[in-house]
Ligand binder design. Sequence first.
Ligand code: SAM
Length: 376
Amino acid sequence: LKEVTEGKVRIFVPDPKEYMIEGKFDPSWAPVFYNPKMTFNRDLSVIVVSLLKPKIILDALSATGIRGIRYYVESWKSEQLILNDKNSTAASLIQINVKNNGIENAKIYNKDANALLYEIKSEYIDIDPFGSPVPFILSSVNATIRNGIVAFTATDLSPLEGSSRTSCRRKYDAINYKLSSSKELGLRILIGKIIREAATLEKTVHPLFSFYADYYYRLFVIVESGARKADENINKNLKYFGECPRCGFQTFVDENCKTKCPICGENFIIIGPLYIGPLHNMEFLKRMIDTYSDFNYLSSFNRIQKLLNVIEKEAKYKSVFYNISKLASKLKVSAIPPIDSILECLGDASKTHFAPTGIRTDKGYEEIIRCVKSLR
Ligand code: SAM
């Protein structure tokens, strides 16, 4: 074992040196999983949990226990802290790490997360699996109490972003293609799936805060009960998305049917179902922005500041971002104008954290094209 410091905690993790293969190391080769590249994900989650102050925290897929332990030490001393992993070596390591961080009242389980989630209820549930969170959606949404929160990590970007289309159909029950703004659409497909799963329990979910980073999505949803609320959310926020393969025009559409592009008449590529509503709760986002500077000890503080600054600006636009480099290549515009000059030309527009060549605006396609072309 090796002791590492992350945030304000010190935890024991398997020593990477002992599990190297030909001089290389992958966290999944160790008997218990610890990935330092996920520190940014955990850092932001610490800030989210500090605002939520849940009475009960359940870290359902804990591995070393780092997440739950950090929430307790850095965010908020919840009345109950529950940590679980089905791997017995992980469960033993969680015992050690909890004790070493002076936490007396944690409950540690060595169970299948789905079995545990049907035994206990919680106000905040963290689902941080390998790959897709889909096998844990129903049980986690079901296990929330009092408008509780579920936090999902999804690292299976290839189905969500339309590279593995059959896998997307299988896991997310959605038709998908790789499109110009798939970085954002993948998150919307994930939320759409959670809404449909929750609806079977006469519950529904709304995103509180969400983002894309490195090779994963992180999404916090608030769970609400009631068949009517579930129906309303489905009717209002579950639709399809179309992109024109010829001119790049994009729009949400009601049905998954053959629809022609209103600009150039080409057949749309349609994906979905997916969620078309806001990706954040604006009030919560404001609280995040007002609070994050209290966490300036975090190693990813500058990155957090940058992300929140962009998200604050882009969150006011309802449309999916336009990927200017993809759009320019469809229009055979060879030199792409700098993003800042396009933003200036549009006036009411922002960058997006999803892609460096993306812009977000509620202005029409024609206006975007005019700016892209006039700046050549
Ligand atoms: N949350 C951890 C962190 O932030 O470092 C990482 C969790 S790791 C990606 C996923 C963990 O889930 C592994 O430790 C694995 O043993 C555990 N796991 C996988 N399937 C499970 C299941 N069905 N029930 C409980 N634990 C499971």
